[in-house]
Design a protein around this ligand. Sequence first.
Ligand SMILES: [Mn+2]
Length: 350
Amino acid sequence: MKMSFRWYGKDDPVSLQYISQIPNMHSIVSAVYDVKPGGVWSQESIDEIAAECAKHNLVFDVVESIPVHEDIKLGRGKCDEYIENYKENIRRCAKAGVKCVCYNFMPVFDWTRTQMDKMAPDGSTSLVMYMKQLEGIDPINDGLDLPGWDASYEKEELKELLIAYGSLGEEGLWKNLEHFLKEVIPVAAECGVRMAIHPDDPPYPIFGLPRIITCEKNLDRMLAIVDSPANSLTFCTGSLGCASFNDIPKMVRKYAEKDRIGFLHMRNVLLMDDGSFEERGHLSCGGSLDMYEITKALVDNGFDGYVRPDHGRMIWGEVGRWGYGLYDRALGATYLNGLFEACEKANAKK
Ligand SMILES: [Mn+2]
C-alpha cells in the first residue's frame, strides 16, 4: 500500500510541507487545474507539480483527475479530438512519473450533497445528503446552488445537457464509455499508467441523469470492456457505500483478488433508512462501513496500489476546502496506517 493525499496545488491552504509531516505519507494526488476539460496540459505544469512534491520527499504519481469532456460522454461534437488530447495528457503525465490516473464518467455533475457544513453534536461539520432536502429540487429552475456543482454552466447550456443525457440513456452512456476505454486504455498500458475510474457519487441516477458506475454488476461490466490491469478502479468506499445494495468489504476483496483496484479512496459514511447519508470520521465506529474488513481484504490480497483518506470532517476550527481540510484527513491517514500495519503483521505471523 502506498499512502497518498490529495493536494490542490499552490492555492491549496494545506501545504506540501504539512502533508509531508503525516507519518508514512508517500504520494501526492493532484492535477493541473488551469486547463479546461478537453484541453492538453503543458508538460511544464505537470513537471512543476512533480518538482514541488520532490522538494518535500513526496512523489507525484497519482493524478486526480483528468476530466472527461461532456462531448466524450455524449459521443458528439469534438469527441474524437478530446480523446486524442486525453491520450496526450496520459503520455505527458507518465513522462513526469505518474503511475495512476483517476477519472470519472459522471454526466454533468460530480458528487452531489445537499449540505456541506452539517454540524454534529461535537461541533465538527461534514458533508451530508438528506433525501428530504433533495426532493423537489429542479436543477434547471431552482438555480445551481447545490454544493459541488459546476456553477460555470449557463442555464440554457445546462438544460440542453440534461436533455441530451436524457435521450442518451444508460445504454448510450455505456456505448460511449466503451469507445473511450478502447481508445485510451491501450495508450495507458503502453506508458505504464493504470486508469482508475471513480464510481458515481451517489451511485444511482439523480435528476434523470444516467449513472452507470454504481454497483458490482456494472463494475464487472466496465472492467470486462478492456480486460487489462490498466483498466482499473478507484474504489471509493464512501461513494459506493452510500447505497445499501453494495457490500463494500466483499467487493473490495473480489476486485483486489483480481488486481483491478489501482487506487482507493477510504472513508466512512453513515447510511440512513431513507437512503440519506452523512460523511463521518474514518473509523469503523463512526459509520456504516467496516474499515477493518475492507483493509483486511486488501492486505490478504497483497494490495500494493495507492490509498488515500477521502473527505474529512472540519474539526479543530479549521477553515478550508469542504472535505479537504488537513486535520481530519491526517487522522484518517493515521488510522488507516494502523489498520494496515495490524493486518500485515497478523498475516505475517500465520
Ligand atoms: Mn472518492
